[in-house]
Design a protein around this ligand. Structure first.
Ligand code: FES
Length: 111
């Protein structure tokens, strides 16, 4: 049995200013990760679910990139204000938030 029911990885990778790929740090990666931690704690889910900072997951143009396991669902363009919805609908409710899915993750989330 895995230690966490759901494990969230938030890209917080930082690249130098002007880098052609950009990075999730400048799009608010740290704020998104902090909000996940806060919302999980608020709901008493600490210990059951976890949000970790991650390095680049290679979907930079879609950042802030967030991946949820065990499903392997990928979210893109995540903002701190999206986090309560992802926690309530997906992490707790089991239904991925369609409007925030990366294009290649759409449809797959329903499998
Ligand atoms: S910098 Fe976040 S996915 Fe590459």
């Amino acid at each position: 049995m895995p230690p966490f029911q759901r494990h969230v990885f938030v890209c917080t990778n930082r690249r130098p200013d002007g880098h052609p790929k950009g990075c999730c740090a400048t799009k608010g990666g740290e704020e998104v990760r902090a909000r996940f931690k806060e919302e999980l704690e608020k709901r008493g889910l600490k210990g059951q679910m976890r949000a970790n900072a991650a390095g680049c997951v290679d979907t930079c143009s879609f950042g802030v990139s967030v991946v949820v396991y065990p499903e392997g669902v990928w979210y893109g363009g995540v903002k701190p204000e999206d986090v309560p919805t992802i926690v309530d609908e997906h992490l707790v409710g089991g239904r991925p938030v369609e409007r925030l899915l990366m294009p290649f993750s759409r449809g797959k989330a329903q499998e």
